[in-house]
Write a protein that binds this ligand. Structure first.
Ligand code: 5GP
Ligand code: ZN
Length: 109
């Protein structure tokens, strides 16, 4: 399957992981929207939030977020999961954006 995040997760494309465990990886976004902007990505391919098939998968992805933030000394942050093109999803392998280091406005644009 031609999926950029699968290739990153499989280490076919060399990347600097800021975190890795059995089920997820995290790496800095190529086009950061904040001083801190990384992506938490399951190693297993799920197209989006709509196709996650187990509570364990949710837990694996989301429980990594505060762990990584603690490691980075980040206490306040914005998490975003874009689902579908109209919501801004451009890579169809689920990922959680974690952004920090500036003020964020609400509602999101
Ligand atoms: P989406 O638009 O699907 O919510 O987010 C995809 C994100 O992945 C974008 O913020 C984009 O900058 C990032 N991205 C796309 N391709 C790559 C890549 O090859 N490496 C990294 N580090 N980030 C990527
Ligand atoms: Zn994938």
């Amino acid at each position: 399957m031609d999926c950029i995040f699968c290739k990153i997760a499989n280490k076919e494309i060399p990347s600097n992981f800021i975190y890795e465990d059995e089920n997820v990886i995290a790496f800095n976004d190529l086009n950061p929207q904040a001083p801190v902007h990384f992506l938490v990505v399951p190693k297993k391919h799920y197209e989006s939030l709509n196709t996650i098939d187990s509570k364990e998968a949710f837990a694996d992805i989301f429980s990594a977020v505060p762990k990584i933030c603690e490691k980075l000394g980040v206490k306040e942050y914005r998490t975003v999961v874009n689902t579908g093109e109209s919501a801004g999803q451009s890579v169809f392998h689920i990922h959680v954006h974690v952004m920090a280091g500036r003020e964020f406005t609400w509602p999101a644009g």
